[in-house]
Design a protein around this ligand. Structure first.
Ligand code: Z5A
Length: 217
């Protein structure tokens, strides 16, 4: 086991912002530098959490309200942290995660109108001191993100969150920007309207400046 904890990087943002695309690119770039890197996602990332993902995205928990949804996302997160994220960080690997606790704050918190104290308490219990070292918030106008998501889906069905109205998605965008403003030491906002390779270059700059140069110093 490594004596140096690995680094924990999360991607956040609205629908169709390009998170999955950029997770793949960043993981490939880190691995090309010889860094052990684990790609994962939320909800999900461990077998139990993936089972909860299916129920959440099918909308089975939605009728119970945003507090119950936040609890189920958090239950999935507890298993994901225990089974995958903490062991990988402990052996010195980088973990790159598509969505994490900021999504609970944005989707169930601000947009679901839950009290900050509820979300703060939940985050303290589930995440504890396993906070991300770097959070990349991919920002783009709501209409553009929804259009990308719809194009990618083709004729397929929308999931529980894609089905929300435009005002929900606008509130989400503001929530993510507010999180970035409140945590500048952890968060970097990336303009996700740019071509994929330009977005990837901005992300790589942030990773180099915030993590790699400091790790090597
Ligand atoms: N959720 C929650 O409510 N609470 C929580 O605590 C957590 C999650 C953890 C998970 O859905 C849902 O769970 C999510 C929030 C909620 N809401 N929804 N829906 P998911 O994992 O299935 O989906 P997502 O996270 O929203 O991601 P996405 O919609 O699949 O999009 P994306 O990963 O950000 O984008 P992408 O797949 O990389 O790209 C989308 C398309 O755009 C694709 O065709 C790309 O080729 C294209 N693309 C990507 N980048 C570009 C650029 N730069 N230019 C042009 N086109 C691009």
């Amino acid at each position: 086991m490594s004596t140096t904890r690995g680094r924990f990087i999360t991607f956040e943002g609205g629908e169709g912002a390009g998170k999955s695309t950029q997770v793949r690119k960043l993981v490939a770039a880190l691995q090309a530098r010889g860094i052990e890197t684990v790609a994962t996602r939320e909800p999900g990332g461990s077998p139990n959490a993936e089972a909860l993902r299916e129920a959440l995205l099918a909308g089975l928990v939605a009728p119970l309200g945003p507090a119950a949804e936040a609890l189920v996302f958090s239950a999935a997160r507890i298993d994901h942290l225990d089974k995958l994220i903490r062991p990988a960080l402990a052996r010195g690997a980088f973990v790159v995660c598509d969505r994490f606790a900021d999504s609970t704050r944005a989707y169930q918190g601000a947009s679901g109108k839950l009290a900050d104290s509820f979300i703060d308490g939940l985050e303290a219990i589930t995440v504890g001191d396993t906070q991300p070292d770097l959070t990349l918030i991919l920002d783009l106008p709501v209409e553009e993100g929804l259009a990308r998501a719809s194009k990618r889906r083709g004729g397929g069905e929308v999931d529980r969150f894609e089905a929300e109205d435009v005002s929900f998605h606008r509130a989400l965008r503001q929530s993510f920007l507010a999180i970035a403003a409140a945590h500048p030491e952890r968060c970097v906002v990336i303009d996700a309207t740019q071509p994929m390779d330009i977005v990837a270059a901005g992300i790589w700059r942030a990773v180099e400046q915030r993590l790699l140069e400091r790790t090597q110093a």
